[in-house]
Write a protein that binds this ligand. Structure first.
Ligand code: AMP
Ligand code: ZN
Length: 484
């Protein structure tokens, strides 16, 4: 069986992954707060953990993996949006949830098995808070319930900080009713114009952190395998989740492996609205500010070319290169059909992904497979009917299966590469001209045809064995007239 290694933020080590129950491997990833379109940074954890999900399904079997990602649909940012726009909260959260699903599917993310909404689990949160109060880990003050960080001896262990350091470094709002400035809110009162639920502490709403503790417990149990999210969530969100869950269920231990992706930047700078380099996944897909749209598969490829634990830089240039590579790959393998089993992925690709999600290495291995396939075609052309090497179709199936492990070359993400222009006749003609030129040693007809194609905006690639033509960005079909 494939050995999976993951860097565990909890131990700060790369460890061999051993699931609690190989028949039910469980992963929880913190999802979005649904008040606006996801920006492209938000797509990074989605794509990273989608690759991990695909790997786990590959190794343990699709029916033996449970992936939960929540929607935070109760939050002050949502309340503010409703006040600013005069729209109802439900309208805003429903619309944003659907946008999120559409955008993440467009970059090839599989839907998690469960996508709980916080508002569906308020009862479970209240129960957990009651237990924390009973256990001496939380206290009520002025309609709020606060978690007492001093009641949990390991508080700060994940992010490696002591409570004193946190107080010194943090700009925390020190409410007078807090016993310790780092104590955080589990429950807070709601005025009549805000969403609220009846609770033992009056009408109110939950704090953010408690929702992940309650939902992961309800859906995955008191201990499960993997917990993921961006590294900006490590403190305070994940630290607080651990404190709540471990104090509620001390025997459970909560998540065993913690994975954190690094942040994404744009053209070398932190994304920010004032720098004008902030854009949403939808902006990128549809095109924005005069820039053409980028296919979801291309976005995905660019993301995978940087290891998840390194900062990644989104650049237009990387997108151009990724697009050219993917177009070449899709042209090479032809139509990819839904429901077809393309067999097993290449070992080296699986091993790269299993090695702490080394997707950059996996892409390198795909390039190697591409050259193998090209070599086979070259030999077929060279040897003609005497060729007795491997079937290119078999290698291509393996290539597709390997790319699929990364969520690339799937039927769902295809279609963008079709130009609607068939240049085969021109390629055959140019090839024939060249064959005769090799005999006559007069290449003028070949050069003339090539120049005319280039003028029509066609990209021409000639090798010893063949001719490849593709319409480039300045393609003009009218200029092809009379060339055959
Ligand atoms: P939020 O809605 O801000 O809680 O973020 C949702 C997810 O996106 C979290 O896992 C964040 O860690 C992640 N995230 C936010 N900004 C970035 C970024 N610039 N790069 C990578 N991940 C990010
Ligand atoms: Zn969370």
């Amino acid at each position: 069986m494939t050995v999976i290694k993951l860097t565990n933020s909890k131990t700060r080590k790369k460890e061999v992954f051993e699931p609690i129950d190989p028949n039910n491997v469980r992963m929880y990833v913190c999802g979005p707060t649904v008040y606006d379109r996801a920006h492209i940074g938000n797509a990074r954890p989605v794509i990273v953990f989608d690759v991990l999900y695909r790997l786990l399904r590959h190794v343990y079997g699709a029916e033996h993996v449970t992936y939960v990602r929540n929607f935070t649909d109760v939050d002050d940012k949502i309340n503010k949006k409703a006040q600013d726009t005069g729209r109802s909260i439900k309208e805003i959260t429903d619309e944003t949830t659907q946008w999120y699903l559409d955008d993440m599917r467009a970059v090839g993310a599989l839907d998690p098995d469960q996508m709980p909404r916080a508002t569906e689990f308020i009862g479970a949160m209240i129960t957990m808070i009651e237990g924390l109060i009973a256990g001496g880990h939380a206290y009520e003050a002025e309609g709020h319930v606060l978690f007492s960080v001093e009641s949990y001896k390991d508080y700060g262990k994940l992010s490696g900080r002591s409570i004193d350091d946190m107080i010194a470094g943090a700009r925390v709002e020190v409410a007078p009713y807090k016993r310790n400035p780092m104590d955080f809110v589990l429950w807070k009162p709601s005025s009549d114009d805000l969403p609220g639920w009846d609770s033992p502490w009056g009408r109110g709403r939950p704090g953010w952190h408690i929702e992940c503790s309650a939902m992961s417990y309800e859906l995955l149990g008191e201990s499960f395998d993997i917990h993921g999210g961006g590294n900006d969530l490590m403190f305070p969100h994940h630290e607080n989740e651990i404190a709540q869950s471990c104090c509620s269920h001390p025997k459970g231990g909560f998540a065993r492996y913690w994975l954190h992706n690094e942040m994404l930047q744009v053209e070398g700078k932190k994304m920010s609205k004032s720098l004008g380099n902030f854009f949403t996944v939808r902006d990128l897909l549809d095109g924005h500010d005069g820039m053409p749209g980028v296919p979801g598969e291309v976005i995905r490829f660019v993301f995978l070319s940087t290891h998840y634990r390194k900062p990644m830089d989104w650049t237009a240039e990387k997108a151009e290169q990724a697009k050219a590579t993917l177009r070449r790959w899709r042209n090479m393998v032809g139509e990819i059909e839904t429901g077809v089993d393309y067999g097993r992925a290449d070992e080296a690709v699986v091993d790269a992904v299993a090695n702490d999600l080394n997707t950059a290495q996996a892409l390198t291995e795909l390039h190697r497979l591409e050259s193998e396939i090209q070599n086979v075609y070259n030999r077929i052309i060279g040897f003609g009917s005497e060729y007795d090497g491997p079937e290119p179709g078999v290698l291509e199936a393996k290539f597709i299966a390997s790319a699929n492990l990364l969520g690339l070359l799937t039927p769902e993400l295809g279609g963008w590469e079709e130009t609607g222009v068939d240049l085969t006749a021109y390629a055959d003609h140019l090839f024939a001209l060249r064959q005769s030129a090799m005999e006559t040693k007069n290449f003028s007809a070949v050069d003339a045809m090539k120049t005319a194609l280039l003028e029509a905006g066609v990209e021409v690639r000639m090798s010893k064995t063949g001719v490849e033509l593709e319409p480039g960005p300045n393609f003009d079909a009218a200029k092809l007239e009379g060339l055959l």
